[in-house]
Design a protein around this ligand. Sequence first.
Ligand code: SAM
Ligand code: SF4
Length: 447
Amino acid sequence: MYIKTFGCQMNERDSEIIEQLLAQEGYVPTAEPEGADVILINTCSIREKAEQKVFSLLGALRAEKANNPSLLLGVTGCVAQQEGEQIRDRMPHVDLIVGTQQIYRLPEMLERLRQRVTSKEIATNMETSFVIPPFQKLLADAPLSPAPLGFKRFVTIMQGCDNFCSYCVVPGTRGREISRPVADILEEVEILVNQGVREITLLGQNVNSYGTTNQVAAVQVTFPHLLRRVASIKGLRRLRFTTSHPKDLSEDLMRCFAEIEILCPHFHLPVQSGSNAVLQRMNRKYTVESYLEKVTALRAHRPDIALATDIIVGFPGETEADFQATMDLLNRVRFHSSFSFKYSDRPHTRSAGFDDKVAEEEKSRRLSVFQNRQDHICFERNSEYIGKEVDVMVESVNNGELKGRTPSNHIVHCAGADAHLLPGEIVPVQIDQAGKHSLKGIICAKH
Ligand code: SAM
Ligand code: SF4
């Protein structure tokens, strides 16, 4: 049976879980929708007009379904969660609607549809569950062929979010924040490391508050404790985490960057805006001043830390002065990288109802001013690595061209690499060139 999954970057981890759950049932991924037995659209509504895109893709797939009546067509993720009823009413050719918390039920739902026990399957209740336990058990019981998992993986440590930033759909689509038991996380990391994984990124919307809100019974530790426990797993070479909310960044977590050897000096700390007035309307619960203090403290603990951030331009009511404050913040912190977005109204968020929306052309102008300046800073920041020796974890080697990453998450290219180098191996590289988005270097002779 062939399955085609449409996904997006924001919910890559969910798409991965879906594919792995279904691989255990014998489904084989296929590149094209034509000829597939199952087509799943795994949706994310954090930005842009996700709903419209889903409806138009579903419309386009109507003909595919008419040609092949046994094809099963499903929608999973945020849009299924938020717009499940609309999908059911407007797109009767959709067989399966599965919300964010129910993806682990996909195999049984597909089986019922295939056996014609039911003609439609809808599961959108928000009861939180962690999907990984049955999956990790499968991995432990039936180890896969060499390195099927690659050398780096995400591990979910919490779900949902309690912060209710006024522009954000996550609390509505993913539910309240809940932390996963420590023992389950450690077990999953151990299984992955035993399968050859060398780098783990711990994943949650606000990992800084791990263990402090809506604890499940077995959670008794804070995020810094969890980091120390995960870091002690033998064979793990690099540890990362994402994402962090600035208001919950503790001194203890900052110390981890100085004390945990395998914790990579790369920190994604979304600031969103450099204007206190905008931050307040965003309900971010910190000020520009407190953010800057944390940046200074972090750099005191780990001077080589590479800071990344998220920025929204054109939030309702953002004046030119507010935008200039964001530019000032960029110039003060000089982030190593950033993800920047034009504000967009998202369904059922508070800011969708705010007045003073910024015109589309003005949002585009501000975004390009911000991104041009960030590109320039990226280049200057990257140039600081010229002449330095860095450890590069190999991602691929093609025709002697090595691509890998530094602990600070910079992409590095090197010519003349040994074809026997494997993904996940670490090689010392002397950096000799910098671009806006990557570095170039020479593999050190001693290797
Ligand atoms: N939990 C993280 C945090 O607190 O920053 C990240 C959340 S969100 C999944 C990823 C990014 O999408 C946000 O940091 C924000 O910059 C952007 N984003 C979320 N909602 C948005 C909206 N309505 N318009 C534009 N960008 C948005
Ligand atoms: Fe959304 Fe992040 Fe705010 Fe949570 S903390 S509401 S995920 S932006």
